[in-house]
Design a protein around this ligand. Structure first.
Ligand code: HEM
Length: 202
């Protein structure tokens, strides 16, 4: 009897190449921005503590890292966000975000029963976290520009209540992004299949 080779059905692409590339470049740029940002903060803390680690070795080195990664982050994030918005991906995958579904998913997560079997579909908590972090990245970029060029961009700096206000918003947005990364990487490690999908697309 001869074996008839059955073609394996092609699995659908969950994350197109541009999403995968920009996601990982975004992750790398954010890590460099946060680590060098902590070093910059340590040179003149706004709260009574310093970060135990940083990138750059000293203020001058950290600023070089921060400004280098800033251009990468801005260009890459524009692509990441632009594709998501204009291709309809965010409308399909992140909307609608319903408070009732978020509460139901939080309850399910606390019972260890949060549905995350299908990498093509985000649960309500993921939708909220992804939409939230996209907003936080916009805020961290805007407040960063206000701190970087407070004279040339004084309208923007004034929107944040001045230079110190922009520093505080920048710090809070960074804290939100760092909190997101902890939860996000934790959730991804619980379901490693989603990491493979973000690497291979399927
Ligand atoms: C090493 C760090 C990271 C890992 C392992 C990781 C992993 C993943 C995975 C596996 C997904 C797909 C989730 C799923 O299919 O259920 C995803 C999506 C996403 N991640 Fe990350 N991620 C990392 C860092 C980041 C960072 C730093 C950000 C932004 C601050 C970020 C923002 C996002 C967003 C917005 C999505 C949704 C993308 C879309 O579907 O269009 N990630 N990530």
């Amino acid at each position: 009897m001869t074996d008839v080779a059955m073609p394996t059905p092609a699995r659908p692409v969950v994350h197109p190449l541009i999403v995968r590339l920009t996601h990982w470049v975004n992750a790398a740029a954010i890590f460099v921005m946060i680590a060098s940002g902590w070093e910059i903060y340590n040179a003149s803390p706004i709260l009574p503590f310093q970060f135990p680690v940083g990138l750059g070795g000293w203020l001058g080195g950290a600023l070089l890292w921060h400004f280098a990664a800033m251009w990468l982050l801005m260009a890459n994030f524009l692509l990441f966000l632009g594709f998501g918005l204009f291709s309809g991906r965010y409308r399909r995958k992140l909307l609608p975000i319903r408070p009732r579904e978020i509460l139901a998913d939080i309850r399910a997560a606390l019972r260890g029963k949060l549905a995350h079997a299908d990498p093509a579909h985000y649960n309500a908590v993921q939708k909220l976290l992804y939409a939230g972090v996209l907003g936080l990245i916009l805020l961290v970029i805007a407040s960063g520009l206000a701190i970087w060029k407070p004279v040339q961009l004084q309208g923007l700096t004034a929107l944040f209540g001045g230079f110190q206000g922009a520093r505080i918003v920048h710090f809070l947005a960074m804290s939100g992004i760092a909190g997101f990364i902890l939860v996000h990487v934790g959730m991804a490690l619980i379901v490693p299949r989603t990491i493979l999908a973000m690497l291979r697309g399927r």
